[in-house]
Design a protein around this ligand. Structure first.
Ligand code: HEM
Length: 347
């Protein structure tokens, strides 16, 4: 039986693949808080929930979460260029302005989040509906664009025809279910954060379950769109990651059941099961990427040599130093934001 990802790869490739999966997981958690948080604000706006504890908490924390999501996107962006240089650059060049449109979308989304935080409960009802819808559109566009870019980077057969037709938009069958999967996954993520911050057990459990059901449906849809060659990546060692994912989702569903029906909040159970889900998805995502790389032996060897060369360049200690420095900075900033928020609410 093959070894699970990243074992079984040459050392240098395993090293960069593992760092990509780890740093992507960190980015994903915060990107999902932003996506899930804005979706929840849309629902609360439509329900006309003024002076709502969850809405206020989301408005207070989302600008901070977005800042962290963007910062944490940089590390996987760098490792991606080492792991699959050809796929990353080709998809980037083919997507061109279409993909770069995420930059204005992010800027608009950032300002809209601050505007909602500033207006708070005083905003008129129409604004409490319209502003979250516009913000969600900006972040959904960004997330969808990353799914499109990721699927295009791996669909090597379509590159030439896209280039010949000067087409910037890629609409492969995997893109939409991928995005719907990540969007559904954002609901349990934001429900967990909201539960820890507000203790509103029943509402958070409802949102989490909605997301878990969405994940199951969209995962089945995604698998149905995959070619048999891509599906092979689920076999062998990666079966271990698939089992870990199923166990993580089942444990999370049970944990949310305890919250909903027994009012028992078990943060350790909910957080650890969710970490297993996120890490397994990041690992399976990389396993699928590896399966899509050119299958000819010389091409694979050349890629492994590139990874080995990258390892020789050095800089790991500098990376480690900045990773630790940033982790401490985030922890300190979170405490500052939390204490400022509780001070301003008390005032
Ligand atoms: C609110 C804004 C954002 C959202 C909602 C978001 C969401 C996502 C999602 C859903 C994916 C997974 C795509 C897939 O596998 O189908 C992804 C991947 C990724 N994102 Fe973000 N993202 C955001 C902003 C950013 C920014 C600003 C950066 C860069 C600084 C970034 C860097 C990445 C990278 C490097 C990947 C991995 C791409 C790959 O492996 O092909 N993201 N993002």
């Amino acid at each position: 039986m093959d070894l699970p990802f990243p074992f079984g790869l040459p050392f240098a490739s395993a090293f960069y693949e593992a760092l990509l999966a780890l740093t992507f997981s960190m980015h994903l958690v915060f990107a999902q808080l932003v996506l899930g948080g804005t979706s929840w604000l849309v629902i609360l706006g439509i329900k006309n929930a003024q002076h709502d504890n969850v809405a206020r908490t989301l408005r207070d924390w989302l600008p901070f979460a977005l800042g962290i999501a963007i910062t944490l996107g940089v590390a996987p962006l760098l490792f991606l260029q080492i792991v699959d240089k050809q796929g990353f650059y080709t998809a980037g060049l083919l997507g061109s302005h279409r993909f770069m449109a995420i930059l204005p979308a992010l800027i608009v989304g950032f300002y809209l989040l601050y505007l909602q935080k500033k207006l708070g409960d005083t905003a008129q009802r129409s604004w409490r509906v319209l502003l979250p819808i516009l913000t969600l559109a900006a972040f959904a566009f960004t997330g969808y664009s990353w799914s499109e870019q990721h699927a295009l980077a791996q669909d090597r057969d379509v590159w030439v025809s896209m280039y010949a037709a000067s087409r910037m938009h890629y609409s492969g069958a995997e893109v939409l279910p991928r995005f719907v999967f990540f969007a559904s996954m954002s609901l349990p993520a934001v429900a967990l954060a909201a539960l820890l911050l507000t203790r509103e057990a029943k509402r958070c459990a409802g949102v989490a379950w909605l997301g878990i059901v969405g994940m199951l449906v969209s995962a089945a849809w995604l698998v149905a769109t995959m070619s048999p060659t891509r599906l092979e990546a689920w076999n062998g060692g990666n079966l271990a990651w698939s089992i870990a994912l199923a166990v993580g989702v089942a444990t999370a569903a049970v944990g949310w059941g305890l919250v909903r029906f027994r009012s028992r909040i078990r943060p350790a159970l909910l957080v650890s099961s969710w970490l297993v889900v996120v890490l397994s998805i990041a690992a399976l995502r990389e396993a699928l990427r590896i399966a899509s790389l050119p299958s000819r032996a010389p091409a694979r060897e050349q890629l492994a040599n590139t990874h080995e060369h990258a390892l020789e360049v050095g800089g790991f200690l500098v990376f480690l130093f900045f990773a630790l420095f940033l982790a401490c900075l985030f922890a300190w900033l979170s405490r500052r934001v939390a204490s400022e928020l509780s001070r301003s609410r008390g005032a």
